[in-house]
Design a protein around this ligand. Structure first.
Ligand code: ZN
Length: 279
């Protein structure tokens, strides 16, 4: 049985093993937000993130494996767990929450259930991946009240996890970003508002990401407020969303499926860094 503690132990063991690391802030419930770094600090960097959607915590495990395997000189920042409170809800339920009012609120938002295995949001019922300032709230799938999935928040970048992430990104120079989600074996690229030149570049990179993974590449139509949307549109960093795992698998994909899902991820990363990495 997966547990939040065992996932957290894996993250802490990276620190114990000397991987360069910083805590870039805390989540709403006070969990540390971890950033790891490998390779050179000079030149433009690659950004790899995971687990912004709680039930997609298998992506955290993929990034932990990438951190262990990464041996290239191009600099890479790895943020394996963007939404620790949500992931903890999925893995442990809401028993760990000491504030009874919050615990009851989350129970109600979760359709009066203690089973949080399909939860995607943070511990305030905001979907962090529709909360960024990129056509915020313009999607037809927008939800305006706290719930397990899809609520955009009261305003763009309202959530502490996202505020800390944007502060972390602000003074760094990235040549590309990859956000890991699950599921579907798909690489999404090309926010709708990109200009023709940006779109062409994104499509070409997406092809090179999808090929070694044997994934499909699909233009991300109708997506707004996502991290990849924001980074590619507002910060002009080519940004891609990788949906891990066959669509036939059910949410949440258990950690024991990691070997099959991880296969080829590092090979892909190596190819991308060798082709587009900047030293
Ligand atoms: Zn997702």
């Amino acid at each position: 049985m997966d547990s939040f503690l065992s996932l957290k132990r894996e993250i802490l063991s990276l620190i114990e093993n000397g991987v360069e690391h910083e805590i870039y802030g805390k989540s709403f419930l006070g969990e540390n937000l971890h950033a790891f770094h490998k390779g050179s600090y000079s030149g433009k960097q690659l950004l790899i993130t995971a687990s912004i959607h709680a039930r997609e915590y298998i992506s955290c495990k993929v990034v932990i494996n990438l951190i262990k395997d990464y041996d290239l000189s191009t600099g890479c920042y790895f943020l394996p767990l963007l939404n620790p409170d949500g992931v903890r809800l999925v893995l442990d339920g809401n028993d760990f929450i000491e504030d009874n009012a919050l615990k009851n609120l989350l129970f109600r938002l979760n359709n009066n259930s203690n089973n949080f295995s399909l939860w995607k949001a943070n511990a305030r019922g905001v979907d962090l991946n529709v909360n960024f300032d990129a056509m915020w709230g313009k999607s037809k799938f927008t939800t305006f009240l706290p719930c397990s999935s899809g609520f955009i928040g009261e305003e763009p970048n309202s959530e502490i996890e996202n505020i800390n992430l944007l502060n972390f990104i602000e003074n760094k120079k990235f040549f590309m970003s990859i956000a890991y989600h699950s599921k579907g074996n798909v690489v999404y690229y090309g926010f709708e508002k990109l200009n023709m030149k940006e779109f062409k570049i994104a499509k070409n990179i997406a092809k090179n990401i999808a090929k070694p993974l044997n994934y499909k590449k699909i233009q991300s139509k109708g997506s707004t407020g996502g991290l990849s949307d924001y980074l590619s549109y507002s910060l002009k960093i080519p940004s891609f969303t990788i949906e891990l795992g066959n669509d036939k698998l059910t949410h949440p994909i258990q950690l024991n499926k990691i070997d099959k899902i991880y296969k080829n991820q590092y090979r892909m990363l190596k190819k991308i860094v060798e082709k587009y990495g900047v030293l």
